[in-house]
Structure formats: C-alpha cells, structure tokens
Design a protein around this ligand. Structure first.
Ligand SMILES: Cc1ncc(COP(=O)(O)O)c(C=O)c1O
Length: 401
C-alpha cells in the first residue's frame, strides 16, 4: 500500500532506534518525479495550495516543476517569498481577507486575487486605486442547485467560500475601475478519486458560470476549478488517473470557451510524498480488543479526528507473524485521539515504529501540537538518496510562557 522506497525504508530503519519522538519525512525525489509529470501538459495552469504543506523544500520542489503558488495568509506569503519566488506568481484566495491583509499583499507585490465577497471587491479596488495599479480578480462562486434537480454536489450547505450567483449579480463591474475581472473561481468538492465523476461535476458547473459571467458583462477568460483531486487513504482505492483528468479538463476548457483553466492543487500534489513515523508505546488487550498506544496522535495528525478517515499505516519492520486488528490511539486525554482501526502484525510492541502514508498534505501544519505539551515532531527530507533532518523536534518549553 505504501510507496516507501527501499532505500528510504533502510535509512529509516537505521535511524529510528535512536529516536523516541514521532517525526515526518518527505521523499523529495518521489515528489519531484510526481509534480514534473503534472506540469507536462498545456491544458491547465497549476498553482500549489501552500496550506497543504508549506515546508521550504516542498515549495522549492514545486517551484522547480513550474507550479505557481496559492496562498491564504500572510504567513504563507512570507514563506513563499522567502524561497525567492516572485510575487507575480502568487494568487491570494481565502474568505478572511481584511483591508489590512490586502494592503500587506499589495505591499509585497501580489496582483492576483480571488474575491470571496462584495466587501473584498471594494477593498481590493480601493487599495489598487490608491496605488494607481490594476489587479487581476476572479470572483469565487458558491453554486446551489434548484430543489428537485439532481444535485451534483450532493448537498447545498452554506459555506463562507465565495457568494451565490444572485449575490454576485449585485455587482456592477464598471464601479471598480482598478480591477480586471478576468474570470470565475469555483471549488465545492473534496478528495475526489473518480475522474469521470469529477468530469461530470465540472461539466455541470459550466452553464451556470457562463450565464453568470454574461449577466455581469464579464468576458470569461479564466476559469479556476480550485483543488479537490483525491488520494487513496483507504485500502483498495485506486489513485486518480492524471491523464484522464487532463482529457476532461481539455473538454471543459473548450466548453467554457476560456483562454485559461487554473487549478490550485494541494493534496494531489504532495500527499503521497510524506510519511509520519510514530513509535509504538505498548500493545494492550482491553475487553477482547487490541489497542496500540502510540507516542503521537492527533496532536501531530489531526485529519482523522475531523474527517473520520484514517491515514493508511504499516509497520516499519517486516514481520512474518499473523495480522490482527488494532485500534490505534495517540497520547491525548480524549477518545478523539484515534488514528483508525487497522490490520497490523500481531507481535507489535514497545520499540516498534509505524509508518503512516499519504502524510505529505494536511499533516504537520494541520494538527494541534500544543495540547498536553508533548514534543513537536521533527521534519526530515529524503533527497538524492540521503535523509536530512531540516527541523528538529522541539520540547514544550520552546513555546510555553
Ligand atoms: C481555495 C482552495 N484551493 C485549493 C485548495 C486545495 O485543495 P486540495 O488539497 O483538495 O487540492 C484548497 C484547500 O482548502 C482551497 O481552499
């Protein structure tokens, strides 16, 4: 199931006996091969959604492969610029862009924005006018389907991301002369693994979006389809076929009649390059069920608690013994600290390590590391066949005041 390469497994096997704190490792050689494949096409312009993993060496690998960068905060912007990536290659998305944040982004040289509200449009225009510059703006649309129609999204829940068509129709584009309204942005799905379902979803977005652009008098030059390409977290799931995705995107591009199609990929770009290594503290049998108590849990890998979907896992050491079903628990004082139920060798004990797969996205930075004051995990990279620690583990006195 895991894609851990033999040289990386060997080096981790040599490293782990000296450690007792969980850590992340990112296989940059594998990442580079994967993202270079993604950019070998001219159908879609790719941005990297920095929120998935803002580590400097991950950003550099994406930069070398030709990705641009979608940032959602001042911190992400600082990290991108610190890698010598030009501000012209940055796109700012996110529902909480205050006037102060917009000023900060303009000061840094960012000129491309996804507007998520009428206020954001006004603030962007005011800030751009003050500086006598023009910004490229996409309007983020939140679609709903008429009651009774088959809903391609599965539901109509309200989110803070963008506005419905009716709300955008209140906008008179000529009132914002400092903004070049280049297109629309839509992203209302997540972790999709089926290329034909994605194609049908995108296809159903095209008519309402082209209609909205006509109502606004906007020439739809750019359509941004966000992220949402999935990765296989569960055994038996097939990875999404990139060539099929590209073929569908080419059709969507033609149907929408746009000059450019954009996507901001997070998970699909980086999940598979990352692993979380976690020591077993003990195995215990409780009410006839087997539990593995681990040194790390949702303090380092929050996603299972918020999505009820575990990361795939296997033991680092090879074992010939039978497998048994375990519940995996972290060290926190809440039953939510559960990393799933998995089949693993029945002889696991103190001293063993587990390897969680698909942890390159929404891992280290999507966690709750301060609760209970356990150590922060280290981060390693594996590049050109060598393992390097680029951020050491920190004890709680590092942040406690
Ligand atoms: C605006 C935007 N674009 C892209 C992404 C990346 O999504 P994914 O990791 O599913 O590719 C996100 C994730 O939250 C997002 O908010």
């Amino acid at each position: 199931m895991t894609t851990l390469s033999t040289p990386l497994r060997e080096q981790l096997t040599a490293l782990c006996p000296d450690l007792d704190i969980p850590f992340f490792v990112y296989d940059l050689d594998a990442l580079s091969a994967h993202v270079n494949h993604l950019t070998t096409q001219n159908v879609v312009k790719l941005w990297y959604a920095v929120k998935a993993n803002p580590l400097s060496s991950v950003l550099k690998t994406l930069d070398t492969a030709g990705f641009n960068f979608d940032v959602a905060s001042r911190g992400e912007l600082t990290q991108v610029l610190a890698q010598d990536i030009a501000a012209e290659r940055v796109l700012n998305t996110g529902p909480a862009k205050s006037p102060a944040q917009i000023q900060h982004f303009l000061d840094a040289g960012v000129t491309t924005f996804v507007a998520e509200s009428l206020n954001q449009v006004r603030w962007l225009n005011d800030a751009a006018q003050q500086r006598q510059q023009t910004l490229t703006v996409l309007l983020r649309v939140q679609l709903r389907w008429p009651a009774g129609d088959k809903n391609p999204l599965g539901g109509d829940s309200l989110t803070p991301f963008g506005l419905g068509c009716e709300q955008w129709q209140q906008l008179t584009l000529r009132d914002y002369p400092a903004l070049d309204f280049a297109g629309l942005h839509i992203f209302q799905w997540g972790n999709m693994l089926d290329a034909s379902k994605l194609a049908s979803l995108w296809q159903q977005m095209v008519p309402p979006l082209t209609e909205l652009s006509q109502q606004l008098g906007m020439r739809l030059r750019i359509l941004d389809l966000g992220g949402g390409l999935g990765v296989p977290y569960e055994s038996g799931q097939q990875a999404l076929d990139w060539d099929q995705v590209i073929a569908s995107l080419a059709k969507i591009k033609a149907e929408a009649g746009v000059q450019e199609l954009w996507m901001e990929l997070g998970r699909y770009a980086v999940a598979q390059c990352g692993y979380y290594l976690n020591p077993v503290v003990e195995q215990k049998c409780n009410y006839d069920e087997h539990q593995l108590i681990l040194a790390g849990g949702i303090n380092h890998l929050l996603r299972p608690a918020v999505t009820s979907q575990a990361f795939p896992v296997q033991a680092l050491r090879a074992s010939d013994t039978a497998q048994r079903q375990y519940h995996l628990h972290g060290p926190l004082c809440t039953a939510l600290d559960h990393l799933g139920s998995h089949s693993l060798p029945d002889d696991l004990a103190y001293g063993d390590w587990l390897v969680f797969d698909q942890c390159g996205a929404y891992g280290f930075t999507e966690s709750m590391p301060y609760f209970l004051c356990h150590e922060l995990p280290a981060e390693y990279v594996f590049t050109q066949g060598q393992l390097y620690c680029i951020r050491h583990s920190e004890t709680a006195d590092y942040y406690l005041r």
